[in-house]
Design a protein around this ligand. Structure first.
Ligand code: NAD
Ligand code: MG
Length: 397
């Protein structure tokens, strides 16, 4: 390990969170070195990042793409070794020289590398909410058994974490409940009757945040908030009813803790992922993030409204899944990943996403055996995907 520096593996380096992470890291060359960068398939961007950061390893999804990148880097005199496939991701995440893993892969595809990092006791910066939604208790057990330091990167969870004392054992006595804020996405005021005509381009155009396509669609359906409710349940060890949601269109308050005495602590800032990323990187210190400051004088006001069940039915699946047999959240997540991909590919309508999710949950009932290991959870995930796919095909024909 480079002496005194954190050495990072950025999993999902070419994505929105990955790129923001490298921007923060670039401001602090004295604190951080880059050991590995990974991507599924964006070879050109990963090549640029490797030329800039000269990591020891890079990982791509497919062997052919890895070979291509390896040749390109050699031609430029860059000594990075390029690997491929999910096993390489796990090895990088658990590599003894890595101190810090940024988990910024999207979807359940990131679960195994997250668990590998947790078991290896890394400082684990978790953006990949689906990994925790699917892994649930087993993920948290891996964090505990590996004595990993799990730091939330999702802005709402970072906000809650910033409002809580460092000593986790003080949390249960302190928290009455938490309130996750949601912008309401691009369709907060669109007539519900017109939602079935929403196009993928409209759905990914988020009013306040620039993000990857999948999470942008999830923000439009509010499934993103549903996943965040489940994520918060595990991160902060709360009962389902201790996690609440309010719509706050300005995205200035990133979330709140309501304490036992009903004092409310909130974290505020511009909607810029570099703030939670910088906090995760430097915790418990604070470092420059590059985000602009809030301008209170220019602010028009902060408003709040309840999340309308008719408009955002997907949100309410979170509490259903948390109260259903364990594993139900993994089923919900798998259905949603399939439905969002089908919507982005033009196969189903925006409003079909919720139907697919709801029908998949009804069709796939997890048992204790589905929760015995991470491999069992991934098998459950695969079963749910098969059912969701059948439902999608029924919609399209
Ligand atoms: P993105 O689509 O922009 O990037 C995803 C990254 O993961 C890319 O580098 C991609 O190459 C890689 N990837 C995708 N599928 C993979 C697979 N099967 N195997 C290996 N690598 C794979 O996504 P994003 O917006 O950066 O989001 C990443 C994660 O962070 C998601 O879980 C999202 O919910 C969460 N998150 C994102 C934001 C944000 O502002 N973008 C905010 C909060 C949480
Ligand atoms: Mg969030």
């Amino acid at each position: 390990m480079t002496h005194g520096k954190q050495l990072l593996a950025v999993l999902g380096a070419t994505g929105s969170v990955g790129v923001n992470t490298l921007e923060v890291v670039a401001r602090h060359p004295d604190r951080f070195g880059v050991f590995a960068l990974t991507a599924l398939s964006r070879v050109d961007l990963l090549e640029q990042q490797c030329v800039q950061w000269k990591p020891r390893y890079a990982v791509l999804g497919e062997a052919a793409a890895a070979k291509d990148l390896q040749q390109r880097l050699r031609a430029q005199g860059v000594a990075t070794e390029v690997l491929s496939g999910p096993r390489a991701l796990m090895e990088i995440a658990a590599h003894p020289d890595v101190t810090t893993v940024m988990a910024a892969i999207v979807g359940a595809a990131g679960l195994e590398s997250c668990v590998a990092a947790a078991r290896a006791g890394k400082r684990l910066l978790l953006a990949n909410k689906e990994a925790l939604v699917v892994g649930g208790r087993l993920f948290m057990n891996a964090v505990r058994d590996g004595a990993a330091m799990l730091l939330p990167i999702d802005s709402e969870h970072s906000a809650i974490f910033q409002c809580l004392p460092e000593d986790r054992s003080a949390w249960p006595a302190r928290i009455d409940h938490i309130v996750l804020t949601a912008s309401g996405g691009p369709f907060r005021t669109r007539p519900p009757a017109s939602l079935h005509d929403v196009t993928p381009a409209e759905a990914v155009a988020h009013p306040n945040w620039v993000m990857g396509r999948k999470i942008s669609v999830d923000s439009a359906t509010m499934m993103n908030k549903a996943l965040e409710v489940i994520e918060a349940r595990w991160l902060f060890e709360l009962q389902p009813e201790q996690v609440r949601v309010v719509i706050h269109p300005q995205s200035v308050i990133h979330s709140m803790v309501v304490c036992r005495d009903h004092s409310v602590l909130a974290q505020l800032g511009t909607p810029d992922m570099r703030v939670p990323i910088a906090y995760g990187l430097a915790f418990p210190e604070r470092i420059q993030s590059g985000a602009s400051q809030l301008d209170f004088a220019a602010m028009q006001g902060l408003s709040f409204e309840p999340a309308d069940r008719a408009r955002f039915p997907g949100l309410y699946l979170a509490w259903d899944a948390l109260k259903a047999p364990e594993g139900s959240a993994a089923v919900l997540n798998a259905a949603n990943e399939m439905a969002v991909a089908a919507f982005l590919d033009g196969e189903i309508r925006f409003t079909d996403i919720h139907r697919i999710n709801e029908e998949t949950i009804s069709a796939v009932l997890p048992t204790a055996a589905d929760n015995a290991s991470i491999a069992d959870l991934l098998a459950l995930d695969a079963r749910a995907r098969t059912i969701a796919r059948q439902l999608i095909e029924r919609v399209t024909c």
